[in-house]
Design a binder for this molecule. Structure first.
Ligand code: ATP
Length: 364
């Protein structure tokens, strides 16, 4: 079993900077776990501690039941794919893939078998005699993955492996990596700052910020039930709309008020929001939870505004406007007829409303 357990993991760099704070994580056997967060959130440092490339300040890392804190990287039975590929420029593709096994004194025919097998899986068989400079970015990326595959490791570690590729190739490689993981069935930990990559690749996703884990969950769980405002704003594009509102109670019905905006608190949320009566909270609405009023909408869930900018993307139109003193965007059907600066009424799907504590940001 190659589950990876991280317990109370901390990293303080020389100089005192606390980069990773009390991280606890259980990566299950064969799971594809993605660590995502903005630059500097500590995801790479966490991965490098698992790899053995960075010393652990405190805490424990286990693979299976074995604590690996003190094991040198070579003995951890993991293989890492780096952002810059780190291929040897003077070695051929074949030699690059074979090198790690040669260092570990594998028999020649076993090395040959593994290199051929990995080359076949990755479709780089015809490139085995080329040097890295004779390869495209995508092909180099495949070689870097191949070098990890031949090791038959218990755990794969990926550090932003697609970030040097152009946008189209990144999308293609993303799908290839997903297919590869299904085929190899090996535990993987993958670091990226790209939330779309995280959502497409991860069985589960860990969102980090300032060294802290914010939430761990399956992609759609993070999207539908973010545990705080940071996760809500980080996952999803365009991002969730936020507006600060004051909660008032009018004869038992709760309302969320902001400048020029009055929306009913949906009944299924009222129980939790009631404790915040008279206080300010943050109302969160995803762009697709908003649409232009079509007659059947209840007035207590809609408001008047005017179109600022339109983004006609083909499969959808993003309608930008302001409400309650905040910029907002609605994702609407491309068939909707709407013009810049036109007065509109926007309605909210009451089933898809979020509220967050104004100070802590925690979901209410
Ligand atoms: P990025 O996507 O930019 O790589 P990250 O989330 O992977 O970001 P880390 O590389 O883990 O972030 O870095 C976390 C924090 O630790 C950053 O603020 C960084 O400046 C700091 N840091 C990283 N390496 C060192 C070091 N050797 N000495 C001191 N501080 C460091």
């Amino acid at each position: 079993m190659a589950n990876v357990t991280i317990r109370n993991l901390n990293k303080k760099y020389d100089g005192g900077f606390h980069a990773v704070k009390d991280v606890n994580l259980e990566v299950r056997d064969k799971e594809f776990m993605v660590l995502v967060g903005p630059s500097g959130c500590g995801k790479t440092t966490t991965l490098r501690m698992v790899a053995g490339l960075e010393e652990i300040t405190s805490g424990e890392i286990l693979i299976g039941t074995r604590v690996i804190n003190e094991l040198p990287p070579m003995d951890r039975d993991i293989a890492m794919v780096f952002q810059n590929y780190a291929l040897y420029p003077h070695k051929s593709v074949h030699q690059n893939m074979a090198f790690g096994l040669q260092m570990r004194k594998y028999p020649k025919d076993e090395i040959e078998k593994r290199v051929r097998e990995a080359a076949e899986i990755l479709g780089i068989g015809p490139l085995l005699e080329r040097k890295p400079r004779q390869l495209s970015g995508g092909q180099r990326q495949r070689v870097a993955v191949g070098r990890a595959i031949v090791r038959h490791p218990q755990v794969f570690l990926f550090d932003e492996p697609l970030s040097n590729l152009d946008a189209m190739l990144r999308v293609q490689m993303r799908v290839e990596l997903k297919r590869l993981h299904e085929r190899l069935e090996t535990t993987a930990i993958y670091v990226t700052h790209d939330q779309v990559e995280a959502m497409t690749l991860g069985d589960r996703v860990v969102v980090m910020k300032d060294g802290w884990v914010q939430q761990v969950g399956e992609p759609l769980e993070l999207y539908g039930k973010p545990s705080n405002k940071f996760v809500a704003g980080f996952i999803g594009s365009p991002a969730m709309n936020f507006v600060d509102v004051t909660i008032s109670d009018s004869g038992g019905v709760l309302w969320a008020d902001a400048e020029g905006l009055r929306l009913k608190v949906p009944p299924q949320m009222a129980g939790r929001v009631r404790a915040h009566g008279g206080k300010r909270v943050t109302l969160g609405m995803r762009p697709e939870a908003l649409h232009l009023v079509d007659g059947s909408d209840q007035p207590e869930y809609s408001f008047a505004t005017a179109v600022d900018v339109l983004e006609p993307l083909g499969n959808e139109i993003l309608v930008n406007f302001r409400a309650g003193g905040a910029p907002m965007v609605a994702r609407v059907d491309p068939g909707v007829r709407v013009k810049a600066h036109q007065s509109i009424r926007v309605a909210l799907d009451p089933e898809r409303v979020h509220f967050f504590d104004e100070k802590s940001g925690a979901a209410i």
